[in-house]
Design a protein. Structure first.
Ligand code: PLP
Length: 418
């Protein structure tokens, strides 16, 4: 059972001022979860969660996370600019990019962000642009398959990210020669994981590598960045990851591998996006059409331009018809958007209560990789983002796009003369 964080009455009141579709975030949920993450890793003195900005690049959201002690993980020029505007500075910014353009490296360096090199060749590329900083990080890819128990979780050998072990060694050796003094190791091996053992297993691999690199190169390993990948239960029958158990699992591996080597000062970093935000955002849309052909369709005023995950990955997003929470789910619908693209379906063969035109559909868990993945195909405009504040008030974090926004890259000044 999944429960919306607003009732039909609350939603109706919001809609009087802000028409659907829109994304709505829950400040209370975001703050409570961020505090829990910090508690789970409070055993580690240097712990910091660098929120993956790409998940929700919305200043009002980043501000809340900053207040809760998080940093920002950026991977592009504009994400760096957002982080800067929100007031993140220097080592509160992790720059974990790949195939990085020169100007992005220059801005990251100017901001004093921690540079995370995705590739061995990026070191020489960076050196042409700026001096190697004292603190640097390299991204590791162990290759092969990454397994937890008997389930293959992901396939690092097929992923474009990171360096081989030999490249890590050679990279750190060169960086040390060029003046780097403090080193970080980063890796992202599996996405959307549901097991509490993912971070501990990844930590073990990275801690063992850290010990090896420290011994072989006589360098100071300052931090291990476990990156993102902790999942959330998108389906009602799934169980949530237990962040306290995850933190405890990492602590055990830390005590087992790093502490005996005199490496008890290594900071643990994370770069979670989904776990920090997905459950604390939802998309509200209105049913504007019903269609009866070979299947039963409900058409929403939202489309994949507002929430792309179902179209892109076949991702499941739970739905609640507001006000009908207690009704039997005895109707089968495809709930769709209006793109001229048949994958624009938020739900396929979904059991729901009978939907009437005008019903408000609450789509769960859109807080991360939701609005941010949106696009403008078919000339569709991206929706507003609202915040349900802790005091119950609504704040507009980002207005909905207008045709002027869509046409801003043309010179259509004549068309919009009033
Ligand atoms: C996408 C990404 C993350 C966040 O991933 P989640 O699945 O949202 O936890 C973190 N770090 C990097 C480098 C990423 O690309």
């Amino acid at each position: 059972m999944k429960t919306p964080f607003v009732s039909l009455e609350q939603a109706k009141k919001i809609i009087e001022q802000y028409p659907t579709p829109f994304h709505l975030y829950d400040e209370k949920g975001i703050r409570e979860n961020a505090r829990k993450v910090n508690r789970a890793f409070s055993w580690n003195k240097g712990f910091k969660e660098f929120f993956a900005v790409k998940a929700t690049p919305t200043p009002g959201i980043l501000q809340i996370l900053k207040e809760e002690g998080c940093g920002a993980d950026c991977s592009s020029f504009t994400e760096l600019q957002i982080a800067q505007a929100v007031g993140f500075s220097c080592e509160e910014i992790m720059f974990s990019s790949n195939m990085t353009p020169a100007e992005d490296f220059v801005l990251a360096n100017d901001l004093g962000a921690i540079i995370n090199f995705d590739d061995f060749t990026h070191i020489a590329y960076f050196e042409k642009l700026a001096k190697i900083p004292e603190t640097v990080c390299c991204r590791y890819n162990p290759g092969g398959l990454f397994q937890v128990s008997n389930d293959i979780m992901d396939n690092p050998g097929d992923a474009k990210y990171g360096m081989t072990k030999e490249q890590m060694k050679e990279g750190f050796r060169i960086l040390k020669e060029k003046g780097a003094k403090h080193f970080g190791i980063h890796s992202f091996l599996a996405s959307s994981t549901s097991s509490n053992t993912y971070y501990p297993m990844l930590a073990k691999i990275l801690f063992e590598l850290a010990v090896e690199l420290k011994k072989e190169l006589d360098i100071h390993i300052a931090f291990i960045n476990l990156s993102g990948g902790v999942g959330v239960p998108y389906r009602p029958e799934e169980t949530a990851c237990d962040i306290m158990a995850i933190g405890e699992g990492v602590r055990q591996v830390y005590e087992e591998i790093l502490e005996p080597e005199g490496m008890g000062d290594v900071a643990i970093y994370t770069e979670m996006g989904r776990f920090m935000l997905a459950p604390y955002g939802s998309m509200l849309a209105t049913a504007i059409h019903e269609k009866h052909i070979y299947k039963e369709y409900i058409g929403l005023d939202a489309c994949a331009a507002n929430l792309m995950r179902p179209a892109m990955y076949g991702a499941y997003h739970h739905m609640t018809v507001l006000g009908k929470e207690e009704q039997a789910c005895d109707h089968t619908y495809d709930v769709v958007g209006g793109l001229c693209e048949n994958n624009d379906k938020f739900a396929i063969d979904r059991q729901l209560p009978e939907i009437k035109i005008g019903d408000i559909i609450y789509i769960h868990d859109t807080g991360a990789h939701g609005h941010s993945m949106g696009y403008n195909y078919n000339g569709k405009l991206r929706s507003a983002e609202l915040l349900l504040k802790e005091d119950g008030e609504i704040a507009l974090l980002r207005r909905a796009e207008t045709p002027e926004d869509y046409f801003a890259t043309f010179d259509f000044t004549g068309l919009f003369k009033k």
